[in-house]
Design a protein around this ligand. Structure first.
Ligand code: ADP
Ligand code: MG
Length: 774
């Protein structure tokens, strides 16, 4: 028996080891930890909740209930591998355990109501949100585990999202700002809209509402029992007002799509993806994302419904399941004092893509295509959480956190870095058939639960919304946008596209050399990282391909084996039939013979009597003749009687034999025909077998070719690196010799400028192609 404890806490008050029979067990746990930091900030492990979905009727009738999930108490759950699961198989081989124990911030059993979930999970985050802090909620789990049910719910059982919206509207009460002219801008800022822009906003909103049917409003407040007060409402005397804006988008295959674009619904148009940009302060936002100002819960629910419709329409059109995309609903609350936005907070609810690692029902090609991207965001989210956790461990500090490697983590990086609080609801089902995936989900959440977040006590002054240019000049002054300042504010990323006119000759030779050196190091580091990543991806792909090949090979040999068995069986059956037929025939002929020879007993006695009398007569006659002495022998009646029947019996026998012969002849012909048929089928099977074998050979050859080409690409990569290095050194030499003559290419200059962090004055020659006005 081996017991592994992955607890990385000193505080072991909730660690206990369970030992059941000779089962092996693994305990993965961290207890919730809360520490006060100087300055009022708070440090807390990420809250990770578990929700166990009830069985559906179908699952119960499919015997999915095998006691795989055991909720021990409100924080501990045990997973018990069912027979046939990969986990059980490997534990039988001595690899890993068959019993796992996990702890969560709180566990909700199948009987838990939606309102209870809301109260226990995001109620405090909602209060924070209304208080001006940012909040983020993930729902994580495999497809069909209840993620969407938890976030959105049903009309009768509204989920967390409608409850957060309801609580927000309750909080706002009579302090709603319905001017619609103060709109979220970039990530943390707001922008003032002129009357024309307000008109546009209104028509965009009307277009959305027009395409949502009135009668099937999903989240009427009727389904919501009134929440208990979250945060004290703004007092009547308080002149603050609030505006609520919502956005709804999805990330599919590392592309961001707006779910509130009206044109999306039209069949012909291809939907365009949106860019994720940096606002210059390290906060990422979705550029050109549509924000809708909602005034009531009913309006918000219509927006949600519209987005859902768009999402499933897009999924159907592109023939993928919506479970493969992450859908994110973001609510922004703008606090407005004297027509100026004084505070912005954001609550994002993120319904993650199904976490299943490989969908076995798909074809190989489809799976390969998706494997590259589909779960990239999930993979990177996992990597970020692991790195965040590792950074907390002494000796592993400062490990690289790959936030920038996926759209999802890029967008929520700020939350993980102290600008808000994130929590996660892990959804699982209790089905035996998906046990291995469920176990994977639990291991992922065990990591998430160990991530410590720093939560600022109060909304920091620096977080207050304000459009600030690089020169420190606010862009919005009394609701008016300073366009000149805005120009200078445009992020480097946007400027990269423009023709570079900067005069590099201002830099000294030394500065240039340093710059190039630092760029070179950066480039090398980047290349190294890319190479490692590429290798990893290739390895993963290679593994997946190999496994697929092995699977198909196994399948094929199993099919051939099955085919062989079935033919053998058929052959045996046919032989049995022949045997039976021959036996039957023999029996019939024996019976026929018996019938031919059969004489009834009475007749036989009568006949014998006759013979006796005739014999007697003969002896009498003999006596008479000898006494008479007359010698004329006349043929007796007896003789004539005897010869005649003898002749007729002989003919009948011959006749019967003939017919038997004929029957047998026919049987033989029939047997020969069937034998021929079997031979033909056997030949066909052999042909099929040979064909399958040659296909298999082909597949093997292809896989070999692909491995070779992969190696070749890697080799070329190395070559390219070498070439770049040599070019670099030449460039360095050139720049040392004559920096004045150097006119590097636009891309490099842009890179160099990217590295130079010192603010520069807005060049008058810069084109004003890009403007922040929507
Ligand atoms: P996911 O979004 O993870 O793919 P869904 O939320 O669509 O899963 O849930 C799958 C099915 O299970 C839905 O029909 C949903 O109504 C039902 N379901 C999920 N969780 C619960 C629950 N806690 N109680 C009752 N039904 C649930
Ligand atoms: Mg779902």
């Amino acid at each position: 028996m081996s017991t592994v404890n992955l607890t990385n806490e000193d505080n072991d008050n909730d660690s206990e080891y369970m030992q059941t029979g000779d089962m092996d067990m693994m305990y993965i746990s961290t207890s919730s930890q809360q520490t006060e930091l100087p300055g009022g900030a708070e440090q807390q492990t990420m809250r990770v909740y578990l929700r166990v979905r009830p069985f559906s009727k179908e699952e119960l009738s499919d015997k999915e209930d095998q006691d795989c999930v055991g909720i021990e108490n409100s924080q501990t759950v045990t997973l018990n591998a069912p027979k046939g699961s990969a986990n059980m198989k490997s534990s039988e081989k001595g690899i890993g355990m068959s019993l796992h124990k996990f702890s969560f911030s709180q566990i909700f059993g199948p009987e838990m109501m939606q309102s209870e979930i809301f109260e226990a999970t995001v109620k405090s985050q909602t209060s924070d949100f209304l208080d001006g802090k940012n909040a983020l909620l993930f729902s994580y789990g495999v497809t069909n585990a209840g993620k969407t049910y938890t976030i959105q719910g049903t009309p009768k059982q509204p989920g967390i999202l409608p409850r957060v919206l309801d609580a927000t509207f309750q909080y706002i009460g009579g302090h709603l700002y319905d001017g619609m002219d103060l709109k979220p801008y970039l990530r943390n800022d707001a922008q003032y809209l002129d009357p024309d822009q307000v008109k546009q906003e209104k028509s965009a909103k009307a277009a959305i509402f027009a395409s949502v049917k009135e009668e099937c409003e999903p989240l009427r407040s009727s389904g919501l029992e009134s929440c208990s007060a979250l945060t004290s409402n703004p007092t009547e005397a308080d002149s603050s007002q609030f505006a609520l804006w919502v956005a709804f988008f999805e990330i599919y295959n590392e592309c961001v799509y707006d779910l509130l674009q009206v044109s999306l619904c039209s069949k012909s148009k291809k939907r365009s993806s949106l860019r994720v940009c940096d606002d210059g302060a390290g906060n990422c936002y979705v550029k050109d994302l549509r924000w809708i100002n909602v005034l009531t819960l009913a309006e918000a629910s219509k927006v949600l419904q519209f987005g859902n419709k768009n999402r499933s329409a897009a999924a159907t059109k592109l023939n993928h399941s919506s479970s493969r995309s992450h859908s994110i609903f973001t609510i922004k609350l703008l606090k407005i004092d004297d027509s100026t936005v004084t505070r912005i907070s954001e609550f994002s609810l993120c319904d993650l893509a199904g976490s299943e690692r490989c969908n076995k029902t798909k074809t190989f090609g489809e799976r390969l295509k998706e494997a590259g991207n589909i779960n990239n965001s999930l993979l990177i989210l996992g990597k970020c959480l692991t790195a965040l956790r590792n950074n907390q461990t002494e000796g592993m500090k400062n490990s690289y956190i790959p936030f920038r490697e996926s759209k999802l983590t890029k967008l929520f990086q700020a939350v993980f870095c102290g600008k808000g609080r994130a929590s996660m609801i892990v959804n699982i089902n209790q089905c035996a058939s998906t046990y291995d995936e469920t176990l994977h989900v639990m291991k992922f959440s065990a990591v998430a639960k160990q991530v410590v977040q720093v939560i600022p006590d109060k909304t920091l002054k620096s977080l207050a919304p304000c459009l600030v240019g690089r020169d420190g000049k606010p862009l919005v002054k009394n609701g008016v946008m300073d366009t000149q300042a805005l120009e200078s504010f445009l992020s480097e990323e946007e400027l990269l596209d423009e023709e570079d006119e900067a005069n590099m000759s201002l830099a000294t030779e030394n500065e240039l050399a340093n710059m190039i050196e630092s760029l070179r190091t950066k480039l090398l580091a980047e290349r190294k990282r890319n190479l490692v990543q590429e290798m990893e991806i290739r390895n993963e792909m290679g593994d997946a391909m190999l496994q697929q090949l092995m699977e198909s090979e196994e399948l094929r040999s199993r099919q051939i084996e099955e085919l062989k068995e079935s033919f053998e069986e058929k052959l045996e059956n046919t032989f049995e039939i022949y045997k039976d037929a021959i036996r039957e025939h023999a029996y019939q002929s024996a019976r026929n013979n018996l019938e031919d020879d059969y004489v009834p007993f009475d007749e036989f006695i009568a006949e014998q009597d006759k013979v006796e009398t005739l014999k007697r007569k003969v002896s009498e006659l003999e006596g008479l003749t000898s006494s008479i002495g007359g010698l004329c022998a006349v043929p007796t009646v007896d003789q004539s009687c005897q010869t005649h029947p003898y002749k007729s019996t002989e003919a009948a026998e011959k006749c019967a034999i003939d017919s038997i012969c004929e029957d047998k002849q026919q049987l033989i012909i029939c047997l020969e025909k069937r034998l021929k048929d079997i031979n033909v089928r056997l030949q066909n099977t052999t042909d099929g077998y040979l064909e399958k074998s040659s296909e298999l050979d082909d597949l093997q050859r292809k896989s070999k070719d692909q491995t070779e080409s992969m190696e070749e690409i890697l080799w070329q990569n190395v070559q390219n690196d070498r070439e770049i290095a040599s070019l670099k050194s030449e460039l360095a030499k050139l720049s040392q010799n004559s920096p004045m003559l150097l006119r590097p290419k636009r891309g490099l200059l842009a890179n160099i400028r990217d590295a130079v962090t010192s603010p520069r004055k807005t060049s008058t020659t810069r084109t004003k192609r890009k403007t922040a006005h929507p």
